[in-house]
Write a protein that binds this ligand. Structure first.
Ligand SMILES: [Zn+2]
Ligand SMILES: [Zn+2]
Ligand SMILES: [Zn+2]
Ligand SMILES: [Zn+2]
Length: 322
């Protein structure tokens, strides 16, 4: 490190506590300087950091894209990310640890507010306006069972089924760092839908949800889940025109990756073969048809025909029981 720069970064010490700070909701694309969303007078008096938000909104009403910019005095030296800003909390943390090894990173982050709330309850994504559900926080009173489960490092949502499955689940790569939903105390990446925050159901081979298994930056796995119903309702699944551009695919709002849903539909059909309940079969096949709807692909057309014939067969069985 050049000596001039090391002098520039030195100062430090006074870190205010964010208790008195108030997070004021801001609009998409908003930016500003200093508190409450960026540090002030750190590492040296007069050093004011800058912040900016993007356009993507989390289910909890926070901006997913949240950037932090160095104070101008420190900008002269290269930042270990592309450009002049940090795109994630992790990158800020890396920078602080590298440049200020003696600084308490937690104290640094407590000097300002990281999560920036969104103004209003709708967001515009690629020209479509989406309204978001703001789930009420579940109050954990006393030492409940779910709390015990969380302390043991199991499912944060206190879902017994999820805990049973956690042992069987292993990924070849570490999980993508997420301080959007996974930072919430009662949100479990393994069993909570990123769109409605309610838990998923593993019934019938988990037909009703999709897990994003995309590899992000070649070294992390996303692993967030969503109900297919929720995804279809918010145009994050199925066949969707416009700039999102889906063709029998699922778009993960956490990592922006698309997952082909044809194999999921095939699995649905397979599941139905082993079921007896007409209601259950119908529910599953209807979901399959919703996923396939609107696509022009040839293989989709033949799948639709196959499903419709299965449904017709079940209808005739109902009217002419053997
Ligand atoms: Zn869970
Ligand atoms: Zn998450
Ligand atoms: Zn959902
Ligand atoms: Zn994903």
């Amino acid at each position: 490190m050049d000596p001039e720069y090391s002098n520039r970064t030195k100062c430090q010490k006074p870190i205010s506590v964010k208790k008195s700070l108030v997070a004021i909701p801001v609009s998409a694309g908003a930016s500003g300087t200093g508190l409450p969303y960026a540090p002030e007078n750190w590492p040296c008096p007069g050093d004011i950091w800058r912040w900016k938000v993007g356009k993507r909104m989390s289910v909890h009403g926070y901006w997913i894209d949240r950037y932090l910019y160095l104070p101008p005095r420190l900008l002269k030296e290269k930042v270990p990310t592309s450009g002049q800003h940090f795109k994630s909390r992790l990158l800020v943390e890396q920078y602080i640890r590298e440049k200020f090894p003696d600084v308490d990173v937690e104290a640094f982050f407590s000097s300002f507010i990281w999560k920036i709330p969104c103004k209003g309850q709708t967001a515009e994504i690629d020209g479509n306006v989406f309204s978001f559900i703001f789930p009420k926080r579940v109050q954990v009173t006393g030492h409940s069972e779910s709390e015990t489960v969380r302390e043991a490092g199991g499912c944060k949502a206190g879902n017994k089924m999820c805990n049973l499955r956690l042992q069987a689940r292993k990924y070849s790569l570490p999980l993508l760092d997420c301080d959007i939903c996974c930072g919430e105390p009662e949100f479990c990446r393994d069993c909570c839908c990123i769109l409605c925050c309610k838990t998923i159901d593993w019934a019938y081979g988990g037909y009703s949800f999709i897990r994003c298994e995309a590899t992000v930056d070649e070294s992390f796995i996303c692993a967030h889940v969503a109900h297919l119903d929720c995804a279809l309702r918010t145009y994050m699944a199925g066949t969707v025109g416009g700039s999102i551009g889906l063709d029998v695919e699922y778009y993960c709002r956490r990592c922006d990756h698309k997952t082909d849903l044809i194999s999921h539909v095939m699995r649905l059909l397979h599941t139905c073969e082993s079921l007896d309940s007409r209601d259950d079969i119908e529910k599953i096949l209807n979901l399959a048809l919703c996923i396939l709807r609107g696509s022009e692909q040839m293989r989709v057309k033949s799948l639709q025909n196959r499903i419709e014939s299965v449904m017709a067969k079940h209808d005739s069985m109902l009217f002419n029981p053997a």
